[in-house]
Design a protein around this ligand. Structure first.
Ligand SMILES: Cc1cc2nc3c(=O)[nH]c(=O)nc-3n(C[C@H](O)[C@H](O)[C@H](O)COP(=O)(O)OP(=O)(O)OC[C@H]3O[C@@H](n4cnc5c(N)ncnc54)[C@H](O)[C@@H]3O)c2cc1C
Length: 580
């Protein structure tokens, strides 16, 4: 009863907000089942998912072993068949770009668009994963820790297996440059699949850790955080350089005691600023466009001696080249997305990579989001700094005049982040409670909506800010809809969209799509055997997710009962959504 009440609360809201006409279409027979809850999977998938979805006392390795055993007993073909009609069939769209088409069409019939994610993951043991991660996280020159080194940006073997306590996110472990090259090609195929199957409305998800050596992301993240510290020491206050609103004149004053120093003059030549103050201390555009060396770029004059001081330890030429490769791969992917007119979403990962991922993504936005949002960043609202980060990036987009695209999530790595912070002795980056995370999410979303409204009121293109509310939380979806209404942003403005994972919370996604909101499913695809490592983690969700799953289970059971009573034993739901 409680389930239905809150569920129908969202439905009632959709009905009120989008008007009776569209909602009636959805409520009436046009919705095909004549019911409010629809699941896109067929019976086998639902039943098996219900059976498999439980809190397993076993760890991921054991689940994987169990799956391997099942494969040995059943043989490859039978095992694949079993998976396709069960867990795989519920959470994964198909094996390749052709096999996923029926799922995409079924979703389209309900007004739902895809975010494609090629979900192949290497089947590594914990030992292998740790070994690879440690090897690829340290420079061949050694793990140099400067005096003010930050422990979070240095690899630690006990947390080197990044899959630790992470169920829903896919993880890449660096092997060599050739694998990163292959990953790039895969992402490009994914873009082509999205472009072909969705007529430009779909999105491709990518992870930056698939495209290069983690060491470079770690070093770049540390340098970004050390720059902030340098700026704080220089001018006081907190946060990104841009938030300080200092001018070049302020910097000149700061170095005044050094007289006419050539180092300072050269350094200041590369500082980017506008009338509101300094945007960047370093030439980021050079880093993503040209061949500037990381070791040469991140140097600042010492305010006491005038000597140039490195904020990043010396990187050997071969590793500099690897960094260039990573940026080249990303440029190739984003350029292809722009040519195909498909959007690209860069996933957020662990906090020790995030400053680099976010910075590089923002530079890609500056470069490619000139006329529309092609590149989307991801912000994790479980982070204490989330609001400040989003606000600063929105500010940069405004000042440098590019389209800002963001996916807002709560965050998938909480337990790992907390355990690592505690073990390595740095402050926990995650909000102290679930409520604080929710408040952070809602506050950040409200700020985005507020800025969109200002754009609308000023007669500017409201699409300069595009936000995806990526959450399975009904209250958050309801909050977004209510705030849109309150602030004056309609679904037709197409600036806010919603996203849930395939196989989860269809009862939220489909009514949204049917009611004219921009609704997306995050869709994993890939060959059965190669998606299994990811699936075996999905099979044992953690306690928090499990609470939600209880509700999902009740709804799935209700759907199965309903179909049985109607004699719809081999039923494939199909909507008749007509784009508004
Ligand atoms: C389309 C889509 C794309 C996604 N992409 C990413 C991505 O790129 N990167 C990423 O990290 N995640 C991503 N996620 C996962 C997301 O971050 C969440 O883990 C997941 O969606 C659960 O959050 P929720 O809002 O759906 O549900 P809820 O159940 O409302 O929230 C659960 C979340 O709240 C937070 N939380 C729980 N307990 C506490 C606590 N005690 N203190 C503080 N915070 C707490 C955690 O983040 C937890 O995952 C994505 C999810 C979706 C649907």
């Amino acid at each position: 009863m409680g389930v239905s009440a809150s569920l129908f609360g969202l439905h009632d809201l959709l009905q009120r907000e989008v008007g009776r006409t569209q909602y009636e279409a959805y409520e009436s027979g046009k919705y095909n089942t004549g019911r409010k809850i629809v699941y896109s999977s067929d019976e086998g998938n639902i039943l098996w998912t219900l059976c498999c979805w439980r809190r397993s006392n076993q760890n991921h390795t054991n689940t994987r072993k169990l799956m391997k055993l099942a494969k040995t007993v059943l043989g490859g073909t039978l095992f694949d068949l079993l998976m396709k009609s069960s867990f795989y069939g519920h959470f994964v769209a198909g094996e390749d770009r052709h096999k996923i088409v029926p799922t995409l069409e079924r979703l389209r019939s309900f007004g739902v668009k895809p975010i494609l994610d090629y979900s192949v993951e290497e089947d590594l043991s914990q030992e292998e994963a740790e070994k690879r991660e440690v090897e690829s996280s340290v420079s061949s020159a050694g793990d140099v820790k400067e005096d003010d080194a930050m422990p979070q940006y240095h690899v630690d073997k006990s947390f080197a297996d990044r899959r630790y306590k992470v169920n829903s996110a896919r993880t890449y472990f660096y092997l060599n440059e050739a694998t990163c090259e292959r990953n790039m090609e895969t992402f490009i195929k994914c873009l082509e699949a999205v472009s072909g199957a969705t007529f430009g409305t779909g999105i491709t998800a990518i992870k930056l850790t698939a495209l290069g050596r983690p060491q470079l992301l770690l070093q770049l993240s540390e340098v970004i955080m050390r720059t902030r510290k340098y700026m704080e020491d220089m001018v006081g206050g907190q946060g990104n350089v841009l938030t300080h609103h200092k001018t070049i004149k302020d910097l000149e004053k700061y170095y005044a005691s050094l007289g006419d120093n050539k180092n300072v003059q050269d350094f200041l030549k590369n500082v980017t600023s506008d009338k509101e103050g300094i945007l960047h201390l370093f030439p980021w555009s050079g880093i993503v466009d040209e061949d500037s060396q990381l070791s040469d770029t991140f140097r600042v004059p010492d305010p006491k001696t005038g000597q140039m001081r490195r904020l990043i330890s010396q990187i050997p030429p071969k590793e500099e080249e690897m960094f260039r490769n990573m940026i080249r791969r990303l440029n190739t992917i984003v350029k292809t997305a722009a040519e195909l007119d498909v959007r690209i979403m860069i996933d957020a990962e662990q906090t020790y990579f995030q400053p680099a991922i976010s910075r590089i993504t923002l530079e890609m936005m500056r470069k490619y989001n000139k006329e529309k949002a092609i590149v989307f960043n991801t912000y994790q609202c479980y982070l204490r700094e989330a609001f400040r980060e989003v606000n600063t990036d929105l500010e940069q987009a405004k000042r440098q005049d590019f389209y800002f695209g963001a996916k807002l999530v709560r965050g998938a790595y909480m337990e790992q982040e907390r355990a690592r912070a505690q073990a390595l002795g740095y402050p926990d980056p995650v909000n102290p409670s679930y409520e604080a995370t929710t408040e952070m999410y809602h506050k950040t979303l409200t700020e985005c909506l507020r800025r969109i409204k200002i754009l609308k009121d000023n007669g500017e293109d409201a699409k300069k800010i595009g936000i995806m509310v990526a959450s399975h939380n009904e209250d958050t979806v309801r909050y977004a809809i209510e705030k849109m209404k309150e602030i004056g942003i309609s679904p037709e403005d197409k600036v806010i969209c919603f996203g849930q994972l395939l196989g989860m919370c269809d009862y939220i996604t489909f009514p949204l799509g049917q009611a004219g909101y921009s609704a997306y499913k995050y869709i994993p695809y890939g060959p059965v055997q190669e998606v299994l490592p990811y699936l075996s983690r999905r099979a044992q969700e953690n306690k928090g997710v499990l609470k939600k799953i209880q509700k999902e289970k009740r709804l799935l059971l209700a759907e199965i009962r309903r179909r049985l009573m109607r004699g719809q034993l081999f039923y494939k739901p199909k909507g008749n959504y007509v784009p508004i």
